[in-house]
Design a protein around this ligand. Structure first.
Ligand SMILES: Cc1cc2nc3c(=O)[nH]c(=O)nc-3n(C[C@H](O)[C@H](O)[C@H](O)COP(=O)(O)OP(=O)(O)OC[C@H]3O[C@@H](n4cnc5c(N)ncnc54)[C@H](O)[C@@H]3O)c2cc1C
Length: 333
């Protein structure tokens, strides 16, 4: 991702030649109306809507999206099967016509409230830090998955080890599958995955912590349970995965599903004093605003179902709320 100069990417007149639009009520004019942190589905979608509102927007992104290890984004209306990098490339390309939107490869490291605006520090690719001021901030920074420390898990993540049957169940339908995990989480996931395959084995990697009722429900659906400790996962022939146990026969599967724990990709929300839910998501109100006025959040960062198209929708929703709040501030009663 390269930084784009508004003048270089559009034939629209320079800002000075444009008719005067709404202005912030008073005080110094910040560099941007909104700084969006994160250029995944949520951030790029928000930037598009804000660009179309002629808002001065800076999008900063400092890394790969969550689904980078995956060969394709599935279930995204009109883009089913597109490579993750290609989806974002299309999003960035669309932004080029909006002269008021700037995109930078930079990791935001600090947000400081200064009266009615914010000062952000962002570290670019060369390691040089710059500061920007903004009236509002949108956190679209996503989450990071915490994989169990099992050999082969990280290497197969996104290809043989899958996080979600809604995203990848169809690709492995009617093939032998496994679910890795224990207790209620593994039971729920295994019952869900059994929609896509009649051959599902739960691998608990030691005691499964399964209640009698859970075992009965799994049995009813023909789902087996293997509780032997696992040594490693290996890539097998023809895109298969081998679950290698400490004792007993290895298990060949097309894929292993796993409900991984996750944490916020950055601690910016916490540093800025935003409230987190008990599960570690950034709490937002119905207008996508966090507990800190002026700081909004969208996408996987926030509570709820995590899918690229939902993140994009939340980004668009946040953009509308941001523009309406800015407009209210510019047009006081
Ligand atoms: C392996 C895998 C496969 C998946 N497959 C699918 C699928 O097929 N279909 C589907 O709908 N969903 C899929 N998902 C879920 C999907 O990836 C997420 O729901 C989606 O990426 C969320 O978008 P987002 O914009 O909220 O976050 P992300 O896409 O994670 O984007 C967040 C961005 O913020 C940047 N960032 C973070 N901190 C900073 C900072 N401090 N400064 C600057 N930038 C920062 C990150 O580098 C990243 O680019 C998959 C997930 C995984 C793990």
């Amino acid at each position: 991702m390269t930084s784009t100069s508004p003048a270089a990417t559009s034939a629209t007149p320079a800002p000075a030649a444009r008719p005067r639009r709404h202005r912030p009520a008073a005080g110094p004019i910040p560099d941007f109306d909104v700084v969006i942190i994160g250029a995944g589905s949520a951030g790029l979608s928000a930037a598009l809507v804000l660009g179309r509102c002629l808002r001065r927007v800076l999008v900063c992104d400092g890394g790969a999206p969550r689904n980078a290890p995956s060969p394709a984004v599935q279930g995204f209306f009109t883009r089913d099967g597109t490579k993750p990098a290609q989806l974002l490339k299309l999003g960035l390309h669309e932004l080029e016509r909006y002269a008021t939107v700037e995109v930078r490869t930079a990791r935001v490291t600090a947000i400081v409230r200064q009266g009615k605006q914010f000062e952000l520090t962002a570290e670019g690719e060369t390691g040089r830090s710059r500061t920007f001021t903004a009236r509002k901030i949108l956190l679209a920074t996503g989450v990071e998955d915490e994989l169990p420390p099992l050999d082969g898990m990280r290497e197969l993540w996104g290809t043989g080890v899958l996080h979600c049957p809604y995203c990848h169940g169809w690709e492995v339908r009617d093939q032998p599958l496994a679910v890795y995990g224990q207790g209620k989480t593994a039971t729920g996931l295994a019952l869900l995955v059994s929609r896509w395959s009649r051959d599902v084995v739960v691998c608990t990697d030691g005691p499964g912590n399964l209640t009698t009722n859970a075992r009965r429900r799994l049995r009813q659906q023909g789902i087996q349970v293997r509780e032997e400790p696992i040594t490693r996962l290996e890539a097998g022939p023809k895109d298969s995965v081998r679950v290698v146990f400490e004792t007993g026969e290895p298990l060949a599967r097309r894929a292993v599903f796993l409900h991984a724990h996750q944490h916020q990709r950055t601690n910016l929300a916490e540093l800025a004093g935003c409230r987190l839910t008990s599960k570690g998501a950034v709490w937002v109100d119905k207008n996508t605003q966090t507990s800190q006025p002026g700081i909004y959040a969208a996408g996987d960062t926030t509570p709820g179902t995590q899918q690229a198209i939902l993140a994009a929708a939340q980004g668009a929703q946040a953009a509308v709320h941001l523009n309406e709040q800015l407009t209210r501030e510019e047009c006081p009663k």
